[in-house]
Write a protein that binds this ligand. Sequence first.
Ligand SMILES: [Zn+2]
Ligand SMILES: [Zn+2]
Length: 178
Amino acid sequence: MQKSVAVIIDVQPFSDMPTEQTTYVFTELKKIYPSVELKTAIPLPEEAYYPARNRYRADSLLNFLSAQTKSNHVVIALTSKDISCTNETYADWGIIGYGFCPGNACVVSTFRLDKNNVFEQLFKASIHELGHTQGLDHCPDKTCFMRDAEGKNTTNEEKDFCPKCKAFLTSKGWLFKK
Ligand SMILES: [Zn+2]
Ligand SMILES: [Zn+2]
């Protein structure tokens, strides 16, 4: 597989996000990816707010983020607010994360994570969404970070990227220790 030029990952907290959680994602990401930048917090865009459920629409957040992301960058935005998307059954369905597949933007919310294990779950959810931005689809391996959570929080069962997903990300410049 041809090795492509690595893009820069921007870690973009929204202003509600606790600094120590953002820093954790940034620090852990730097261990497995060569170019990561930590951005200054920005306010959540008002146009993404869905007052009926007190949530932010993930598709609107991605469009907002995508529009301001520099070329050759991918942004992972972080928020503590609830986020939602439309699925086959529900017009407004609460989710943990959402990302273009492939594309230059993804977002993760801590709202639906286990408060006792929020750092680890936040990181796993973040690399899952970043995997989508790189072009990875969901993975049938139930221990892989790219498994389909199917509306639940399955991060505690996820151990690592499976060899197949790892090989794909390695071709995109990710640095895994073996
Ligand atoms: Zn996914
Ligand atoms: Zn996998």
